[in-house]
Design a protein around this ligand. Structure first.
Ligand code: RIB
Length: 324
């Protein structure tokens, strides 16, 4: 592979001149620039991106940290971020933290060493204080922090009230909620929406809440236990993966969905149309969330004006077969 020194020799200039032409900074007369570009083409020289990053303290890459790449919600979010970042000629380094704070800290250190130009975070393990020493722009996506950083989330609270009220309108009166991880802010917002709606309907009963941690297996076990021990005629699950777990539990107990038990999920990932019956769910604008977050980050990196720092996107009810 040709080196910068060989380009300089062929063009009859110094290495510093070649560097100025490559990085488009500093004066180089037209004739010299032409000779350098011809030498680059002749030798098929490819700049060393790591060296360029070190020189420019910029790598035209961003870091995207997600908590659980095995959950189908995140690949759709990642797709949107990558599509938009590629339009602006940025590469995405995807990091999966497995909901572990230590792993997220490690990734942030690695991303800083790689001179990423910005980071998009979709996790709640680290506080904004812990993130404050990140020396590049950060955008928080999907899982709200405080308003220390630009953010893009969906309206989790309203979505939960919508789901709970829909089950009530279906005739359900013993409505259970399968909650996501206690440390995840959007799981807490969905729980609060469910709780407030149940209180406004005069149906609140804390024994109807159980934890599924956004996982299918945990939701299935928790639902089996709840359905065995008490009368439940409706379930609002904090995400579609847990709703699918609840569906498996109900069917294993010989209950008919929705006749005996109505179930509603949250996210509207492709899985919701693959279960039998198909899942009624609250649809998050997943792609739009990722795309808006990516555009926000590019503006922050490039120092362009931002007309809106915090975005809360609406959600909508998608009716399918798991409710009446
Ligand atoms: O299903 C995974 C959940 O975690 C989604 O509801 C999404 O909001 C993410 O935070």
């Amino acid at each position: 592979m040709a080196t910068m020194r060989e380009v300089a020799k062929l063009a009859g200039v110094s290495v510093a001149t070649v560097s100025r032409v490559l990085n488009q900074n500093g004066y180089v007369n037209q004739e010299t620039e032409k000779r350098v570009k011809e030498a680059i083409q002749t030798l098929n020289y490819k700049p060393n991106e790591v060296a360029r990053s070190l020189y420019k303290k910029s790598s035209r890459t961003i870091g995207l940290i997600v908590p659980d790449i095995s959950n189908p919600f995140f690949p759709e979010l990642v797709r949107a971020v990558e599509d938009v970042m590629n339009i602006y000629d940025y590469t995405v380094i995807l990091c999966n933290s497995d909901e572990k704070g230590d792993k997220e800290k490690e990734y942030i250190d690695i991303l800083k060493q790689r001179y990423v130009d910005g980071i998009i975070l979709t996790t709640n393990q680290l506080t904004s204080e812990e993130l404050s020493d990140i020396n590049v722009p950060v955008v928080v996506l999907d899982r709200p922090l405080d308003h220390s950083f630009p953010s893009v989330v969906a309206n989790n609270y309203e979505g939960a009230r919508m789901a709970t009220n829909y089950l009530y309108k279906q005739g359900c009166r013993r409505i259970a909620h399968i909650q996501g991880p206690l440390h995840v802010v959007n799981a807490l917002e969905r729980f609060r929406g469910y709780q407030d709606e149940m209180k406004s309907l005069g149906l609140w009963d804390e024994t109807l809440v159980f934890i599924g941690n956004y996982q299918m297996s945990e939701a299935k076990i928790a639902t089996m236990e709840a359905l065995t021990n008490q009368k439940i005629d409706g379930i609002f699950a904090g995400n579609d993966v847990m709703a699918a777990g609840a569906l498996k539990a109900a069917q294993q107990l010989g209950l008919r969905v929705p006749e005996d038990l109505a179930i509603i999920g949250y996210d509207n990932i492709p899985l919701a149309e693959m279960t039998t019956p198909e899942l009624t769910t609250i649809s998050q604008p997943i792609y739009d969330m990722g795309a808006i977050a990516a555009r926000l980050l590019v503006k922050k990196i490039e120092g362009k004006p931002i007309d809106q720092i915090h975005h809360v996107l609406p959600v909508k009810l998608v009716r399918r077969e798991s409710t009446r």
